[in-house]
Design a protein around this ligand. Structure first.
Ligand code: SAH
Ligand code: SF4
Ligand code: F3S
Length: 447
């Protein structure tokens, strides 16, 4: 039990973990917080009162990295004034060039460790605190650390990672380089975690993986994800099971049938398309065609006519011409997503696409991005309007951040629903009648 080494280290001390990345990164932060709590620290959200500040970083786009560097710069004063221990971990830190840059340009950073060293965090922290030397661990290690204490946040929803890493090497993407090869957790370990969560009051689980459809491939099993999903659905007391992300190349129709069959799996699917052009999809190394994607959506909707679909789109991939872009718009019109997550292509050093030549200018990319959002906003609003007058089952998350008089929650489709109500409805399911639709939110009233 290496973790025991540092117990009591955090007595009367406070720690802050700031998260910069995706759901997997959020879940990693929850484990880091769990370990800090086990060491005796209390958690804070104030940089000024923290004894330990940890930045859990994301490397997926340049913007994400710049945000981290900007915020890191702002820590220098606090670190010098209060002697705060500063740590940088996660996907950015796993890249040796970044780790090096932090060592030379941000000398007040005491601890740097990558995604692979996460399980060793208590030992690394102990080392940094006792030796007063700067500690760095970006070694590779693909072993799965089970039994790490996790701070889930205390609400009715929880993330559960079912696998780590990625083997797909989409040509634009840094994730396989910073998270290592794909490895799946054992079904029994996942189920044990979920059972414990439901017993502690959790009602909704989001199963996480870069490509959940290839869950279990490393055990040599086919379609193990559909089976896992069925077993999770049968966990007593679990009311909603969601999952992300699905890769169209690996999605099985059995999975769609499972979704249709189990009442606690919402008819909601996040299925990243990335581009609607077969040429660009090929250059992205996505290994499916627009035709295959349409086939999946068509079958899914034949089983679940109320399916809520979301997707990811990259605009301005190096080989994307205006014609290719129009193909993406055409796909968006055909598949009619509830919402999309769209990004302007950002070259990532070391990936295959970073070596490709750009056929479009930055201005063209920005203009396409804007055009696509306008198109999608019309579709999203149109779909949301069809909810007006309908009653939705909403899991309340708490008071709305933008309006203290309103509660906020999510319906089956995972859309944000705001409605007036009292705070004691937090973490409860309620029925809400939708009275007004906006592009990203539904407004309603309790019935
Ligand atoms: N594993 C997930 C996605 C992880 S990254 C999946 O395959 O769906 C989340 C999203 O970021 C991707 O779907 C993609 O749309 C976007 N993304 C990844 N690399 C990018 C890059 N270099 N530039 C712009 N967007 C990128
Ligand atoms: Fe990146 Fe592709 Fe893996 Fe998703 S599936 S994490 S986009 S390489
Ligand atoms: Fe997630 Fe960013 Fe890493 S998207 S996997 S935190 S590079």
């Amino acid at each position: 039990m290496a973790r025991m080494a540092a117990q009591n280290r955090g007595k009367n001390k406070k720690a802050l973990v700031e998260t910069y990345g995706c759901q997997a990164n959020v879940n990693d932060s929850q484990r880091l917080m769990g370990m800090l709590l086990e060491m005796g620290y209390t958690l804070t959200s104030e940089r000024e009162e923290a004894d330990v500040i940890l930045f859990n970083t994301c490397a997926v786009r340049d913007g994400a990295e710049q945000r981290v560097f900007g915020n890191l710069g702002a820590l220098k004063n606090i670190a010098e004034k209060r002697g705060t221990l500063i740590g940088v971990c996660g996907c950015m830190a796993q890249q040796s060039a970044v780790a090096q840059r932090i060592r030379t340009r941000y000398r007040f950073v005491d601890l740097v460790f990558g995604t692979h060293a996460q399980g060793k965090f208590p030992i690394l922290l102990e080392e940094a605190l006792t030796t007063k030397e700067r500690v760095c661990d970006i070694s590779e290690n693909t072993e799965i650390a089970e039994g790490v204490p996790t701070y889930y946040g205390g609400g009715a929803k929880a993330f559960v990672s079912i696998m780590y890493g990625c083997d797909n090497f989409c040509s634009y993407c840094i994730v396989p380089y910073v998270r290592g090869r794909e490895r799946s957790r054992r079904e029994e370990d996942i189920l044990a975690e979920i059972c414990a969560l439901t017993q502690s009051g959790v009602k909704e689980i989001m199963l996480l993986g870069q490509n959940v459809n290839s869950y279990g491939n490393d055990f040599g099993e086919k379609d193990a994800f559909s089976r896992l999903l069925r077993r999770v659905s049968e966990v007593e007391g679990l009311e909603r099971i969601r999952f992300m992300s699905s890769h169209p190349k690996d999605l099985s129709f059995t999975l769609l049938e499972t979704m249709a069959q189990y009442s606690n799996i919402p008819h909601q699917l996040h299925l990243p398309l990335q581009s609607g052009s077969n040429k660009v999809l090929k250059d992205m190394n996505r290994r499916y065609s627009r035709e295959r994607y349409l086939e999946i959506v068509e079958y899914a909707r034949s089983l679940m006519p109320d399916l809520a679909l979301t997707t990811d789109i990259i605009v301005g991939f190096p080989t994307e011409t205006e014609e290719d872009f129009l193909q993406t718009c055409d796909m968006l019109e055909r598949i009619r997503c509830d919402s999309i997550f769209s990004f302007i292509y950002s070259p990532r050093q070391g990936t295959a696409a970073a070596k490709m030549e750009n056929v479009s200018t930055k201005e063209e990319q920005a203009e396409r991005f804007k055009r696509m959002l306008e198109l999608q906003n019309t579709i999203s609003l149109d779909i949301n309007r069809s909810f007006v007058g309908k009653v939705q089952r909403v899991l309340t998350e708490g008071v709305s951040k933008t309006d203290a008089a309103m509660l906020t929650g999510r319906n089956e489709a995972n859309k944000i629903v705001n409605f007036p109500g009292s705070e004691d409805l937090k973490d409860k399911f309620v029925d809400v009648k939708i009275t007004r639709a906006q592009t990203w939110v539904l407004q309603g009233e309790l019935i």
